[in-house]
Design a protein around this ligand. Structure first.
Ligand code: SF4
Length: 307
């Protein structure tokens, strides 16, 4: 951890060097204590939010074998640490197995995750699939590669989860990922949907969980910095970041700066949907409102007659 430099005054130094040095040591010690306290608060907050999300969506049951997808980014390292910590005190027994996919991007540092996971004593698999070549071959020049890359990665990980008997697949998406996806789908997909905290895959074979769904990205970034995780960048493939996602990310950050609390409110909205106040005819029976009205009227008349 870094400390702020202790300011040094030459006049005071000549007057009482010993006293200055001892004050500096005190200041440094109190900074250490303060930083440790801040770190503990941050860690507790992340653990509480992950624990609440797991409970609220019943993400993990007794005997679950949770496959923790590790990309080497800040989010997945944080998710693994939170799950390891929660596992120690959870009322249910579950096991964790970390899985990283080596997509054969040039320069991928193969040793980083195995070294980290061995030091942490976590069981793991490295799944080697050359999706990099497929993505390069199939994506037209100048087009962004992330969509196909993620689809191929997801397919491989889902298949691998079955192979190793994992009952849940944990992904490291956080609150901002969920909100950004919500806006991207509204802006470009014409649908009101995002990334749910828990999901059954289309073929019904896998259940995906997102234990960091309630966690703020800024908290995760700070935690990753303080933990000095050995981060592996995602853009080894040479791809540009997804520009549309970046624009939405900046838009949300700007809103939150101008109106603190806006992201909290928007996330709460995702968990508090009123289908009768939207316009999806599959979710709410608008055509049947007259029948509902007649039913209510009949009920009221009957109640008056009985009274
Ligand atoms: S940046 Fe590269 S490796 Fe990361 S998701 Fe996009 S295409 Fe895949």
């Amino acid at each position: 951890m870094q400390h702020d430099p202790v300011h040094f005054d030459p006049a005071l130094a000549t007057a009482d060097a010993t006293s200055s040095l001892s004050e500096a040591a005190d200041t440094s010690e109190s900074q250490d204590v303060r930083q440790k306290r801040e770190f503990n608060k941050l860690q507790k907050r992340l653990r509480r939010e992950a624990g609440n999300a797991i409970i609220d969506y019943r993400m993990i049951d007794e005997g679950d074998r949770v496959m923790v997808c590790l990309s080497g980014g800040k989010d997945s390292y944080t998710m693994l640490e939170m799950l390891l910590s929660l596992q120690r005190n959870a009322p249910v027994n579950f096991s964790l197995i970390a899985v990283n996919m080596d997509q054969k991007q040039p320069g991928f540092p193969e040793h980083v995750l195995p070294t980290y996971l061995e030091q942490r004593g976590v069981d793991y698999h490295i799944l080697e699939r050359d999706t990099y070549s497929v993505v390069k071959e199939k994506t037209p020049e100048g087009k962004t590669t992330c969509a196909l890359c993620s689809r191929l990665r997801r397919g491989s990980l889902y298949g691998f989860a079955e192979e190793i008997g994992a009952t849940k697949i944990a992904l490291g998406h956080h609150r901002e990922d969920i909100l950004e996806t919500l806006f991207l789908n509204m802006f470009f997909g014409g649908s009101l949907k995002s990334m749910p905290p828990k999901l059954l895959s289309d073929d019904g074979k896998n259940i995906v969980i997102r234990p960091l769904a309630y966690c703020k990205e800024a908290d995760i970034a700070e935690y990753a910095r303080l933990m000095a995780f050995p981060i592996i960048p995602c853009n080894l493939c040479g791809s540009q970041p997804n520009m549309q996602r970046q624009v939405v990310k900046e838009m949300l950050a700007e809103w939150n700066k101008k109106h603190p609390g806006r992201l909290e409110s928007m996330f709460k909205a995702v968990t508090n949907v009123a289908p009768s106040q939207l316009a999806d005819r599959d979710l709410f029976d608008f055509a049947g409102l007259e029948a509902k009205q007649a039913e209510l009227r009949a009920g009221r008349i009957q109640a008056l007659n009985v009274g």
